[in-house]
Design a protein around this ligand. Structure first.
Ligand code: GDP
Ligand code: CA
Length: 334
């Protein structure tokens, strides 16, 4: 059975996975002889966005992927549950509890309660994720990148601080501060001591194709690659690794990549992100890189550093548009 593996953040990864699953169900993927022989799909999901809030373990990217593939996502927001209500959050605010800037819906709360209870009983995050997925039936094996605690922290300017800056949790930067100021630095706290979750290295070694979807290169793909062992496993994988640019015409489509890429010294262009990942032949990550048709000039630029690329429309405006992206990515590395 053909095995496709995707490294994923939240929204961009989830939309890409939805297209990949659709292509699989329609029998469009290589190695498929009709829809009957459905391939295996695995998502390795960023967990550095995770936070503890009100005593609950919240895993935004895992939940976005699970709810999206399980048809429980709010399609307009792109996160959280459809038909959500917010009474628990209102009650917390009425008590003057801090941290109410984080959107915590009533339906969503049940997920966090089950997850936290299982973690306190001694289960690992990967076991908990599998248990939650038993309800949602995503059709994709969803693996956290690690069962260990890793948290993205962002340094921002702060005139009131003696050092001139302060450090906030990624969710505070994104949700409370709306990423309105530039990130000065990004750190993945705890990543040096983290190990890949059960099944992660096995999936990479077993994969026939590995995708780097249009997820945020700094805070979604960055932490996955920083977990010790994952980068080496990708370098040794027999599968081709193909990426799709999250930057189109010099900007992110939806998200905050523009505010974050400069903090790691990467230009906010499709070519800049491609060069940041690098060509596998020269010690980088990728065998192929898709850029949008608006960024066609990147193709010849990247050829100079040995990275094979092509330009196709990269807006995930509909599941069909995403299916085309999946097929173009496969074609590039076939
Ligand atoms: P998050 O964890 O919810 O921020 O989601 P991801 O990291 O998986 O994806 C966010 C990134 O997806 C953003 O930084 C955007 O650059 C990118 N993105 C969102 N929509 C699209 C789209 O339609 N096409 C492309 N190419 N990129 C997109
Ligand atoms: Ca995220």
């Amino acid at each position: 059975m053909t095995h496709f593996v995707v490294l994923s953040g939240g929204l961009g990864g989830a939309r890409f996975l939805t297209g990949l699953r659709r292509a699989a169900r329609e029998g469009l993927l290589p190695g498929q002889h009709g829809a009957a022989a459905e391939p295996r799909l695995t998502a390795i999901v960023n967990t550095a966005d995770d936070l503890w809030l009100h005593g609950l373990k919240i895993c935004p990217d895992l939940d976005t992927v699970m709810y999206s593939l399980g048809d429980g996502i709010d399609p307009d927001r792109g996160w959280g549950r459809r038909e959500e209500s917010w009474q628990a959050a209102e009650e917390l605010a009425a008590y003057g509890v801090t941290g109410t800037w984080f959107g915590l819906g009533d339906r969503d709360l049940a997920t966090h309660l089950v997850r936290t209870q299982m973690l306190h009983s001694g289960f690992g995050l990967s076991d908990v994720t599998a248990a939650l997925c038993a309800r949602w039936q995503p059709g994709v094996t969803i693996l956290p990148m690690s069962d260990d605690r890793v948290e993205t922290h962002i340094a921002i300017a702060d005139a009131d601080s003696p050092s001139g800056q302060r450090v906030v949790h990624f969710q505070e930067y994104w949700v409370r501060l709306r990423a309105e100021m530039a990130a000065r630095a990004v750190a993945f706290i705890g990543v040096e001591d983290a190990t890949p979750a059960p099944g992660v290295l096995e999936a990479i070694a077993d994969a026939d194709v590995i995708f780097v979807p249009p997820s945020n290169p700094v805070v979604s793909i960055g932490p996955i690659l920083a977990v010790p062992g994952i980068r080496t496993a990708l370098g040794a994988a027999r599968a081709p690794i193909v990426g799709l640019s999250p930057i189109i015409a010099g900007d992110h489509v939806r998200g905050m990549a523009r505010q974050l890429l400069p903090s790691i010294g990467v230009e906010v262009t499709a070519a800049g992100v491609g060069a940041h990942y690098g060509a596998r032949a020269n010690g980088g990550l990728l065998d192929g890189w898709l850029v949008d048709t608006q960024d066609v000039s990147a193709v010849s630029q990247l050829a100079q550093i040995g990275l094979k690329s092509a330009s196709v429309p990269l807006l995930m405006t509909s599941p069909d548009a995403t299916v085309s992206m999946v097929l173009s990515a496969l074609e590039l590395v076939s």
